[in-house]
Ligand binder design. Structure first.
Ligand code: BCO
Length: 565
């Protein structure tokens, strides 16, 4: 990749809208990164203009359904005016100012997109979280981020109320619900009376836009901060060449609103290309609803975790006629070649795997038109220079296993996260020599295709979730039955890998019924931290393998699970 050139001070010149070609050129470093950029003003409002002039097909910008007959369809113009109203709710009654951090915990409802875009319009830092978060998780996020506001739905309102007294920085609680609740501002009520007049702030390209909490081997999740341009411009090429989107397309990206995959597939990549973002509320995933949706709505593009495809290929897919589906994508965890083959055999469609991370977006992908090697994650995507490196930061030749890394010197790509907030040590630990290290091990073949091997650390990737063992061990130790535990990944035919806990029991629980105690511990973890992290496998052991200094050797247990010596 070419290094970025001089910065282009767009605001010192006559303002001309950025075209998609400009954004592609910026991504390829053929054009400099503008000094200012705002996705709402520079991208969404441009699509709204194109709607007016008939340069964009009559395709909604957002199409939401809930499976119960309710439907929302917004054009870019409507998204514009509704998000301006929302911006006025955030700045006026909520009293928020540019740079303030806002935790947003909403399920897949249209208001999530409104609040997201409104934060862009006002320069607020958006911090999404899944509704599976528990009171303890929310408390940690509010305290660590010093967020001024939380926007939440009924699902987590009680949890928020139980910890709010411990969050001195939190000034406003905004509830998205048809029902009012004591101590909360009502989004619906404030929205009704809010003005549509709002002028979008001119955010700097490098100004913070969003913070994502992401798990590691040790400690609590880290706050990966993204800039206006990393999310707002950095997904242009992924949208065009991996997702293969045009403004006439309708993309259904299934990801929960808490993950960066929702930013990639359901916001930035899709809207950069002017496509329609399709959303199904689906509180609980089920394959029948999923298949019914694909046969009912003219969805052209589907993006979902490999676990979903593993669940789907169990069905007789030949019985279903998908209305308009033409391009299928997957990511978040490794896809096994058998599933790719079965999907193709049953639907006639290829499955284009992408590999990425919360910190740096899409790193490798099988792009449209590229030959797919089943089992490979495809090639490094522009603008990244992806390499396999050794422990000293040296590039390894094809065929040699090492760590998947991205070149960041001499210039750090603008599409990277800017830092782990308040954590310079962890930020620095991602750098080795001239490279950013992903923490994933892999191999590149002589054709430049990358093959995932596994994590270099103890992080567990289950059903597309990134789970830190420490978080699960911390939840387990709160239970009186647990003296200590070690949490590792274990293979699973549907979820790729699952969380397995090896548990040493305290004396009073040693003679407990193991099945009953397993359920009790699982239930306990689900209540203590987000349920997707719960150990789906539990084994009671007398002791855990340790180093001579007493550190638990998770790798011994993990190797045992995966049948490695
Ligand atoms: O499977 P179980 O029923 O035993 O447990 C499930 C839920 O029932 C349970 N649960 C949820 N809410 C609960 C609760 N239990 C008690 N109280 C509650 N309030 O917890 C377990 C959650 O597991 P799940 O989320 O995997 O559920 P499910 O229904 O099996 O969903 C399957 C998938 C595949 C739809 C889901 O796992 C999924 O969405 N996976 C994808 C995650 C994803 O989007 N990852 C991308 C991250 S971003 C990234 O990787 C960067 C790439 C560029």
């Amino acid at each position: 990749a070419k290094p970025p050139g001089r910065h282009f001070h767009r605001d010192h010149q006559l303002w001309t809208p950025l075209t998609l070609a400009d954004l592609e050129a910026i991504n390829r470093y053929d054009k400099p990164l503008p000094k200012n950029f705002n996705f709402a003003g520079d991208v969404l409002d441009q699509w709204s203009q194109k709607e007016k002039t008939g340069e964009r097909p009559a395709n909604p910008a957002l199409w939401w359904v809930n499976g119960k007959g309710d439907e929302v369809k917004w054009s870019f113009r409507e998204l514009g005016s509704l998000s301006r109203k929302t911006a006025n709710v955030l700045t006026k009654p909520c009293g928020l100012q540019r740079g303030d951090r806002v935790v947003v915990i909403l399920p897949r409802i249209p208001e999530w997109w409104l609040v997201n875009v409104a934060c862009m319009r006002t320069g607020l830092v958006f911090m999404p979280g899944t509704t599976q978060l528990t009171a303890k998780d929310i408390l940690y996020r509010l305290q660590a981020s010093k967020a001024k506001c939380i926007v939440a739905s009924e699902e987590v309102a009680l949890a928020v109320e139980s910890i709010v007294s411990e969050c001195p920085h939190l000034k406003t609680k905004l509830l998205v619900s048809p029902h009012a609740r004591n101590g909360w501002l009502s989004f619906q009520e404030l929205f009704q009376s809010a003005s549509e007049e709002h002028s979008c702030v001119q955010t700097g390209s490098q100004e913070p836009m969003a913070i994502y909490f992401t798990s590691g081997t040790t400690g609590s999740p880290k706050m990966a901060q993204h800039s206006q341009s990393s999310l707002g411009i950095g997904y242009t090429l992924a949208g065009r060449y991996w997702l293969d989107l045009k403004s006439s397309d309708i993309i259904w990206n299934m990801s929960d609103t808490g993950w960066i995959k929702a930013a990639i597939g359901s916001t930035f990549s899709s809207w950069l290309q002017g496509s329609c973002v399709f959303v199904h509320r689906m509180a609980q995933f089920d394959t029948d609803t999923f298949l019914h949706t694909l046969t009912t709505y003219p969805i052209t593009t589907l993006c979902s975790a490999p676990t979903v495809y593993r669940m789907l290929v169990q069905k007789d897919l030949k019985r279903y006629k998908f209305k308009k589906l033409r391009h299928c994508l997957t990511g978040g965890e490794p896809l096994n070649p058998e599933v790719l083959e079965q999907w193709k055999e049953q639907t006639g469609l290829e499955l284009y795997e992408g590999y990425g991370q919360t910190e740096v977006g899409i790193i490798c992908a099988n792009q449209k038109g590229q030959e797919i090697k089943p089992g490979s994650m495809g090639k490094g995507v522009e603008p990244y220079d992806v390499q396999i490196i050794d422990e000293n930061g040296n590039i390894l030749p094809p065929g040699k296993e090492g760590e998947i890394a991205l070149r960041l010197k001499s210039t750090r790509p603008f599409s990277f996260f800017s830092e782990y907030v308040d954590n310079p040590e962890k930020t620095a630990a991602t750098v080795r020599g001239d490279f950013y290290v992903t923490g994933d091990r892999g191999v590149m073949d002589s054709d430049g295709y990358f093959w995932f091997v596994g994590r270099a650390d103890d992080v567990i990737i289950s059903s597309g979730y990134r789970i830190g063992p420490f978080e699960v061990e911390s939840a387990l130790i709160e239970h009186p039955a647990v003296v200590e535990s070690a949490v590792v990944s274990s293979p699973d035919p549907i979820r790729g890998e699952v969380v397995k806990a090896f548990v040493v029991l305290s004396a009073p629980f040693k003679s407990s019924n193991p099945e009953k105690l397993t359920l009790e511990l699982q239930d306990h973890v689900k209540k203590s931290t987000a349920p997707y992290k719960y150990p789906r496998k539990v084994e009671f052991v007398q002791e855990l393998p340790k180093t001579i200094t007493g550190k638990i050797k998770r790798n011994v247990l993990r190797d045992q699970e995966w049948g490695r010596t």
